[in-house]
Design a protein around this ligand. Structure first.
Ligand SMILES: *Cc1c(COP(=O)(O)O)cnc(C)c1O
Length: 355
Protein backbone atom coordinates (compact mmCIF):
# COMPACT_ATOMS: atom_id res chain seq x y z
CA UNK A 1 0.00 0.00 0.00
CA UNK A 2 1.14 3.53 -0.67
CA UNK A 3 1.98 5.90 2.22
CA UNK A 4 -1.21 7.92 1.64
CA UNK A 5 -3.32 4.79 2.11
CA UNK A 6 -1.30 3.65 5.15
CA UNK A 7 -1.68 7.10 6.75
CA UNK A 8 -5.46 6.88 6.44
CA UNK A 9 -6.14 3.19 7.12
CA UNK A 10 -3.63 2.03 9.78
CA UNK A 11 -4.35 2.01 13.50
CA UNK A 12 -8.14 1.63 13.22
CA UNK A 13 -10.38 -0.45 15.51
CA UNK A 14 -11.51 -3.82 14.05
CA UNK A 15 -14.13 -3.58 11.29
CA UNK A 16 -17.02 -5.07 13.21
CA UNK A 17 -20.61 -3.86 13.66
CA UNK A 18 -20.81 -0.86 16.00
CA UNK A 19 -17.04 -0.50 16.37
CA UNK A 20 -16.05 3.16 15.98
CA UNK A 21 -14.01 4.06 12.86
CA UNK A 22 -11.54 6.03 14.98
CA UNK A 23 -9.57 4.83 17.97
CA UNK A 24 -11.15 6.17 21.17
CA UNK A 25 -9.21 8.18 23.75
CA UNK A 26 -8.60 5.53 26.40
CA UNK A 27 -8.11 7.21 29.76
CA UNK A 28 -6.73 4.45 31.97
CA UNK A 29 -3.98 4.23 34.56
CA UNK A 30 -4.59 0.54 35.10
CA UNK A 31 -6.19 -2.45 33.34
CA UNK A 32 -7.88 -5.63 34.53
CA UNK A 33 -5.06 -8.12 35.18
CA UNK A 34 -4.28 -11.03 32.87
CA UNK A 35 -3.84 -9.16 29.58
CA UNK A 36 -0.92 -7.66 27.66
CA UNK A 37 -0.88 -4.15 29.14
CA UNK A 38 -1.56 -4.33 32.91
CA UNK A 39 -0.55 -0.77 33.80
CA UNK A 40 -0.80 2.66 32.14
CA UNK A 41 2.97 3.16 31.87
CA UNK A 42 3.37 -0.05 29.82
CA UNK A 43 0.79 0.59 27.10
CA UNK A 44 -2.43 2.20 25.94
CA UNK A 45 -4.71 1.42 22.97
CA UNK A 46 -4.58 5.06 21.79
CA UNK A 47 -0.76 5.01 21.79
CA UNK A 48 -0.95 1.75 19.83
CA UNK A 49 -2.94 3.43 17.05
CA UNK A 50 -0.23 6.12 16.82
CA UNK A 51 2.57 3.54 16.95
CA UNK A 52 0.99 1.25 14.36
CA UNK A 53 0.48 4.14 11.93
CA UNK A 54 3.97 5.66 12.23
CA UNK A 55 5.57 2.19 12.26
CA UNK A 56 3.82 1.34 8.98
CA UNK A 57 4.95 4.62 7.39
CA UNK A 58 8.60 4.19 8.46
CA UNK A 59 8.82 0.43 7.80
CA UNK A 60 9.48 -0.67 11.39
CA UNK A 61 7.90 -0.91 14.84
CA UNK A 62 7.25 2.28 16.76
CA UNK A 63 7.24 3.44 20.39
CA UNK A 64 5.53 6.68 21.40
CA UNK A 65 7.27 9.02 23.87
CA UNK A 66 6.17 12.09 25.82
CA UNK A 67 8.21 14.44 23.58
CA UNK A 68 10.84 14.31 20.87
CA UNK A 69 13.47 15.07 23.53
CA UNK A 70 12.30 12.08 25.61
CA UNK A 71 12.92 9.90 22.54
CA UNK A 72 16.33 11.55 21.93
CA UNK A 73 17.56 11.12 25.53
CA UNK A 74 16.28 7.52 25.69
CA UNK A 75 18.53 6.63 22.76
CA UNK A 76 21.54 8.53 24.17
CA UNK A 77 21.09 6.69 27.46
CA UNK A 78 21.90 3.41 25.65
CA UNK A 79 25.46 4.55 24.88
CA UNK A 80 28.06 2.74 26.99
CA UNK A 81 30.25 4.58 29.53
CA UNK A 82 32.92 6.66 27.75
CA UNK A 83 31.80 5.61 24.25
CA UNK A 84 32.09 7.90 21.22
CA UNK A 85 29.08 9.56 19.61
CA UNK A 86 29.34 11.25 16.20
CA UNK A 87 26.74 13.93 15.48
CA UNK A 88 26.14 16.88 13.14
CA UNK A 89 27.47 20.23 14.40
CA UNK A 90 24.17 21.76 13.27
CA UNK A 91 21.84 19.15 14.76
CA UNK A 92 18.71 20.22 16.65
CA UNK A 93 19.99 22.32 19.56
CA UNK A 94 18.21 20.12 22.15
CA UNK A 95 20.04 17.02 20.87
CA UNK A 96 23.38 18.89 20.91
CA UNK A 97 22.69 20.13 24.45
CA UNK A 98 21.77 16.62 25.66
CA UNK A 99 25.03 15.20 24.25
CA UNK A 100 27.08 18.09 25.69
CA UNK A 101 25.48 17.54 29.10
CA UNK A 102 26.35 13.82 29.07
CA UNK A 103 29.88 14.64 27.91
CA UNK A 104 30.36 17.22 30.69
CA UNK A 105 29.46 14.51 33.19
CA UNK A 106 31.97 12.06 31.69
CA UNK A 107 29.32 9.71 30.28
CA UNK A 108 30.43 9.87 26.64
CA UNK A 109 32.74 11.54 24.15
CA UNK A 110 31.29 13.45 21.20
CA UNK A 111 32.62 14.43 17.77
CA UNK A 112 30.75 17.16 15.90
CA UNK A 113 30.91 16.77 12.12
CA UNK A 114 29.85 18.55 8.95
CA UNK A 115 27.35 15.96 7.70
CA UNK A 116 27.73 17.11 4.09
CA UNK A 117 31.38 15.96 4.19
CA UNK A 118 30.67 12.24 3.79
CA UNK A 119 34.35 11.19 3.77
CA UNK A 120 35.04 13.02 7.05
CA UNK A 121 31.93 11.52 8.70
CA UNK A 122 32.91 8.03 7.52
CA UNK A 123 36.42 8.53 8.98
CA UNK A 124 34.92 9.53 12.35
CA UNK A 125 32.70 6.41 12.36
CA UNK A 126 35.69 4.10 12.86
CA UNK A 127 35.81 4.01 16.67
CA UNK A 128 32.28 5.27 17.32
CA UNK A 129 29.51 3.49 19.24
CA UNK A 130 26.72 5.68 17.87
CA UNK A 131 26.41 7.76 14.71
CA UNK A 132 23.63 10.32 15.09
CA UNK A 133 22.30 11.80 11.88
CA UNK A 134 19.77 14.47 11.26
CA UNK A 135 18.93 15.20 7.64
CA UNK A 136 18.04 17.83 6.67
CA UNK A 137 19.59 19.51 9.73
CA UNK A 138 17.76 22.04 11.89
CA UNK A 139 18.14 24.93 10.97
CA UNK A 140 21.10 24.78 8.52
CA UNK A 141 19.20 22.43 6.13
CA UNK A 142 22.26 20.34 5.29
CA UNK A 143 21.65 16.89 3.80
CA UNK A 144 23.56 13.71 4.72
CA UNK A 145 24.31 10.71 2.52
CA UNK A 146 22.54 8.38 4.99
CA UNK A 147 23.13 5.18 3.00
CA UNK A 148 26.93 5.57 2.66
CA UNK A 149 27.41 6.75 6.25
CA UNK A 150 25.17 3.96 7.66
CA UNK A 151 27.14 1.30 5.76
CA UNK A 152 30.47 2.64 7.11
CA UNK A 153 29.10 2.93 10.65
CA UNK A 154 27.82 -0.66 10.61
CA UNK A 155 31.17 -1.90 9.34
CA UNK A 156 32.75 -0.18 12.36
CA UNK A 157 30.16 -1.77 14.67
CA UNK A 158 28.32 1.46 15.46
CA UNK A 159 24.58 2.02 15.73
CA UNK A 160 23.00 4.53 13.35
CA UNK A 161 20.22 6.85 14.44
CA UNK A 162 18.42 9.28 12.12
CA UNK A 163 16.27 12.15 13.34
CA UNK A 164 13.65 12.21 10.56
CA UNK A 165 11.55 15.08 11.94
CA UNK A 166 12.12 17.46 9.02
CA UNK A 167 11.66 15.02 6.13
CA UNK A 168 8.86 12.85 7.59
CA UNK A 169 8.58 9.22 6.38
CA UNK A 170 6.85 10.50 3.24
CA UNK A 171 10.00 12.20 1.90
CA UNK A 172 12.70 9.97 3.46
CA UNK A 173 12.67 6.49 4.98
CA UNK A 174 15.89 6.01 6.98
CA UNK A 175 15.32 2.31 7.87
CA UNK A 176 15.63 1.03 4.27
CA UNK A 177 18.68 3.35 3.97
CA UNK A 178 20.33 1.54 6.90
CA UNK A 179 19.27 3.33 10.10
CA UNK A 180 18.89 1.19 13.23
CA UNK A 181 16.62 3.72 14.94
CA UNK A 182 14.52 6.59 13.57
CA UNK A 183 13.75 9.50 15.92
CA UNK A 184 10.76 11.81 15.56
CA UNK A 185 9.56 14.94 17.19
CA UNK A 186 5.94 14.09 16.29
CA UNK A 187 5.17 17.51 17.77
CA UNK A 188 6.06 18.86 14.31
CA UNK A 189 4.72 17.48 10.99
CA UNK A 190 3.20 14.23 12.28
CA UNK A 191 0.78 15.85 14.72
CA UNK A 192 0.94 18.91 12.47
CA UNK A 193 -1.35 21.44 14.17
CA UNK A 194 0.87 23.09 16.82
CA UNK A 195 -1.27 21.68 19.63
CA UNK A 196 0.57 18.67 21.09
CA UNK A 197 4.01 17.58 22.30
CA UNK A 198 4.82 13.95 21.44
CA UNK A 199 7.85 11.96 20.27
CA UNK A 200 8.61 8.57 18.78
CA UNK A 201 11.29 5.98 18.05
CA UNK A 202 11.01 3.46 15.23
CA UNK A 203 13.18 0.39 14.67
CA UNK A 204 13.03 -2.80 12.60
CA UNK A 205 15.12 -4.64 15.24
CA UNK A 206 12.75 -6.47 17.65
CA UNK A 207 15.44 -6.91 20.32
CA UNK A 208 16.26 -3.20 20.26
CA UNK A 209 12.55 -2.39 20.43
CA UNK A 210 12.22 -4.36 23.69
CA UNK A 211 15.26 -2.57 25.18
CA UNK A 212 13.85 0.84 24.22
CA UNK A 213 10.42 -0.08 25.57
CA UNK A 214 11.98 -1.07 28.88
CA UNK A 215 13.85 2.27 29.06
CA UNK A 216 10.69 4.21 28.24
CA UNK A 217 8.92 2.57 31.16
CA UNK A 218 11.84 3.16 33.57
CA UNK A 219 12.09 6.83 32.58
CA UNK A 220 8.31 7.18 32.60
CA UNK A 221 8.72 9.02 29.30
CA UNK A 222 5.24 8.07 28.07
CA UNK A 223 2.86 10.31 26.11
CA UNK A 224 -0.48 11.64 27.24
CA UNK A 225 -3.44 9.82 25.72
CA UNK A 226 -4.92 13.03 24.30
CA UNK A 227 -1.60 13.86 22.62
CA UNK A 228 -1.42 10.40 21.05
CA UNK A 229 -4.97 10.82 19.75
CA UNK A 230 -4.21 14.25 18.31
CA UNK A 231 -1.11 12.84 16.58
CA UNK A 232 -3.17 10.00 15.04
CA UNK A 233 -5.69 12.59 13.84
CA UNK A 234 -2.81 14.63 12.43
CA UNK A 235 -1.23 11.72 10.57
CA UNK A 236 -4.47 11.02 8.67
CA UNK A 237 -3.73 14.12 6.55
CA UNK A 238 0.08 14.03 6.70
CA UNK A 239 0.48 13.35 2.96
CA UNK A 240 -1.81 16.24 1.98
CA UNK A 241 -0.15 18.68 4.37
CA UNK A 242 3.40 17.73 3.39
CA UNK A 243 2.52 17.90 -0.31
CA UNK A 244 1.00 21.39 0.03
CA UNK A 245 3.71 22.74 2.36
CA UNK A 246 6.39 21.48 -0.06
CA UNK A 247 4.68 22.98 -3.12
CA UNK A 248 4.29 26.32 -1.29
CA UNK A 249 7.94 26.21 -0.17
CA UNK A 250 9.17 25.58 -3.71
CA UNK A 251 7.23 28.58 -5.05
CA UNK A 252 8.43 30.83 -2.24
CA UNK A 253 12.07 29.74 -2.67
CA UNK A 254 12.06 30.84 -6.33
CA UNK A 255 10.69 34.26 -5.42
CA UNK A 256 12.84 34.74 -2.30
CA UNK A 257 15.97 34.12 -4.42
CA UNK A 258 15.01 37.17 -6.51
CA UNK A 259 14.34 39.55 -3.61
CA UNK A 260 17.09 42.13 -2.87
CA UNK A 261 16.47 41.98 0.91
CA UNK A 262 17.48 38.30 0.90
CA UNK A 263 21.20 37.49 0.67
CA UNK A 264 20.89 33.70 0.76
CA UNK A 265 18.15 31.07 0.49
CA UNK A 266 18.78 27.58 1.86
CA UNK A 267 16.48 24.82 0.68
CA UNK A 268 17.39 21.14 0.28
CA UNK A 269 14.99 20.77 -2.67
CA UNK A 270 12.26 18.96 -0.72
CA UNK A 271 10.08 19.55 2.34
CA UNK A 272 8.45 22.61 3.83
CA UNK A 273 11.32 24.23 5.74
CA UNK A 274 13.28 27.09 4.18
CA UNK A 275 16.02 29.24 5.71
CA UNK A 276 16.86 32.74 4.50
CA UNK A 277 19.70 35.06 5.48
CA UNK A 278 18.73 38.74 5.41
CA UNK A 279 21.09 41.01 3.44
CA UNK A 280 20.83 43.83 6.00
CA UNK A 281 21.71 41.59 8.93
CA UNK A 282 20.36 40.76 12.38
CA UNK A 283 18.16 43.82 12.84
CA UNK A 284 16.46 43.31 9.46
CA UNK A 285 15.71 39.71 10.47
CA UNK A 286 14.21 40.86 13.78
CA UNK A 287 12.08 43.44 11.93
CA UNK A 288 10.87 40.98 9.30
CA UNK A 289 9.38 38.53 11.80
CA UNK A 290 7.38 41.36 13.43
CA UNK A 291 6.01 42.91 10.23
CA UNK A 292 3.79 40.16 8.81
CA UNK A 293 0.06 39.52 9.24
CA UNK A 294 -0.15 35.86 8.15
CA UNK A 295 3.30 34.51 9.06
CA UNK A 296 3.47 34.04 12.83
CA UNK A 297 6.64 34.83 14.79
CA UNK A 298 7.01 31.58 16.73
CA UNK A 299 9.45 28.75 17.26
CA UNK A 300 8.71 25.12 16.32
CA UNK A 301 7.64 23.98 12.85
CA UNK A 302 5.58 21.57 10.80
CA UNK A 303 2.14 22.97 11.62
CA UNK A 304 -0.61 23.93 9.17
CA UNK A 305 0.21 27.58 9.86
CA UNK A 306 3.30 29.36 8.49
CA UNK A 307 5.72 30.34 11.26
CA UNK A 308 9.22 31.80 11.30
CA UNK A 309 11.91 33.00 13.66
CA UNK A 310 15.48 34.28 13.75
CA UNK A 311 17.25 31.23 15.15
CA UNK A 312 20.15 33.04 16.82
CA UNK A 313 17.63 34.79 19.13
CA UNK A 314 18.21 31.60 21.14
CA UNK A 315 21.47 31.86 23.04
CA UNK A 316 21.77 28.07 22.77
CA UNK A 317 21.78 28.06 18.95
CA UNK A 318 25.10 27.18 17.29
CA UNK A 319 27.42 30.20 16.78
CA UNK A 320 28.11 28.98 13.23
CA UNK A 321 24.47 29.64 12.24
CA UNK A 322 24.37 33.16 10.67
CA UNK A 323 22.90 35.81 13.02
CA UNK A 324 20.52 37.01 10.27
CA UNK A 325 19.20 33.51 9.44
CA UNK A 326 15.42 33.19 9.63
CA UNK A 327 14.03 29.65 9.64
CA UNK A 328 10.67 29.48 7.90
CA UNK A 329 8.16 26.68 8.39
CA UNK A 330 5.92 26.97 5.35
CA UNK A 331 2.31 26.09 6.10
CA UNK A 332 -0.63 25.06 3.94
CA UNK A 333 -2.24 28.47 3.38
CA UNK A 334 -2.70 29.93 -0.11
CA UNK A 335 0.79 30.54 -1.51
CA UNK A 336 -0.11 33.92 -3.06
CA UNK A 337 -1.33 35.19 0.32
CA UNK A 338 1.88 33.90 1.94
CA UNK A 339 4.05 35.59 -0.68
CA UNK A 340 2.27 38.95 -0.64
CA UNK A 341 2.51 39.09 3.17
CA UNK A 342 6.21 38.23 3.02
CA UNK A 343 6.99 40.49 0.07
CA UNK A 344 5.32 43.50 1.72
CA UNK A 345 7.44 42.99 4.84
CA UNK A 346 10.65 42.38 2.85
CA UNK A 347 10.05 45.50 0.72
CA UNK A 348 10.03 47.70 3.83
CA UNK A 349 13.53 46.39 4.63
CA UNK A 350 14.96 47.52 1.29
CA UNK A 351 13.14 50.89 1.10
CA UNK A 352 15.48 53.82 1.66
CA UNK A 353 15.43 55.09 5.27
CA UNK A 354 13.48 58.34 6.02
CA UNK A 355 15.63 61.47 6.12
C1 LIG B 1 11.66 19.86 17.84
C2 LIG B 1 12.70 18.87 17.50
C3 LIG B 1 13.12 17.89 18.44
C4 LIG B 1 12.60 17.87 19.86
O1 LIG B 1 11.25 17.52 19.91
P1 LIG B 1 10.22 18.00 21.08
O2 LIG B 1 8.96 17.32 20.69
O3 LIG B 1 10.17 19.50 21.03
O4 LIG B 1 10.78 17.52 22.38
C5 LIG B 1 14.06 16.96 18.03
N1 LIG B 1 14.59 16.98 16.78
C6 LIG B 1 14.21 17.91 15.86
C7 LIG B 1 14.84 17.89 14.51
C8 LIG B 1 13.27 18.89 16.20
O5 LIG B 1 12.92 19.80 15.28
Amino acid sequence: MSPATLAVTTGRPPREPDQPLNVPITLASTYVAGGDIDYGRYGNPTWSAFEDTLGALEGGRCLAFSTGMAAVTTVLDLVGQGAKVVLPKHAYQGSLMAVADLEARGRLVSRLVDITDTAAVVAECQDAALVWLESPTNPALEVADIETIAAAAHEAGAYVVVDNTFATPLLQQPIPLGADIVVHSATKYLAGHSDALIGALVTADDELLEVLKGRRGLAGATPGTMEAWLAVRGMRTLHLRVERAQANAQTLVTRLREHPAVAEVRYPGFGGIVAIVLAEGELAADLLVRKTRIWVHATSLGGVESTFERRRRWRTESPTIPVALVRMSVGIEDVEDLWSDLETALDTLTASPPR
